[in-house]
Write a protein that binds this ligand. Sequence first.
Ligand code: HEM
Ligand code: HEM
Length: 191
Amino acid sequence: SGGNPELGKTDAKTMCIVCHGAAGISPVQGFPDLAGQWPQYLLKQLHDFMSKKRDDPLAKGTMIDAVKTIHGQQEMKDLVAFFGSLPPPKAKPVPTDTQAKALWAAGKSIYFGGIRLTDVPACEACHSTTGAGTPPEFPRLAGQDKTYLVEQLTYFHDGTRANDPNGIMRDIAGRLDKQEILALATFIPTL
Ligand code: HEM
Ligand code: HEM
């Protein structure tokens, strides 16, 4: 995307790592890992925070303010090049207790097969079989923070995150109930 990851590293040190970690793995539960994410996707998100097209409840007071500290387009490109160049989060272990295992299995079934009754498409169609996503527009989900996934799917469901092109994620998450969102958020981090 035309960014310099070395310069981005210097900028990130002062502005981003408190919340996203020096290795792009967030130390805060509910905040996203940025490591290994597609730079074009990250760049779109920064533009959307800046224009407040993405202004869900969690973005308010975090990213809506943080983007104001970025000095211009080149610094923005360097930052996303840096985070994108880092090794992605590792797959979390599959849960072992009976209840969580059942949720995990339900999430796996939706991820690869969708839900016929409510017209939910398989997530893998866009986010790929491995969860690595499909650049430029479909983000990596594999290994992502579970709480962050619950939050974002809930925001798309409610329409409070409304920056998805053509409302695609609002349509899909709008068809998911709370239990299905929890199931997906239990499965996806293990990809
Ligand atoms: C989300 C980058 C600073 C907290 C994001 C996203 C990007 C990003 C690209 C979207 C991730 C995705 O959609 O998967 C950056 C950069 C920063 C920075 C480049 C430095 C300039 C911070 C700081 C905080 C923070 C200082 C904490 C105060 C968050 C949170 C989200 C987020 C909570 C999720 C927001 C939401 O739900 O809409 N960040 N970030 N970030 N970041 Fe940052
Ligand atoms: C974004 C989950 C199916 C297209 C996202 C995000 C999540 C997610 C959690 C936000 C990622 C982040 O903030 O880092 C899912 C799940 C699916 C599914 C659980 C299956 C139930 C699909 C399908 C498509 C799609 C089938 C394509 C037709 C997108 C796009 C974005 C996105 C374009 C980025 C939106 C933006 O620019 O902000 N998805 N997804 N997703 N998803 Fe999906």
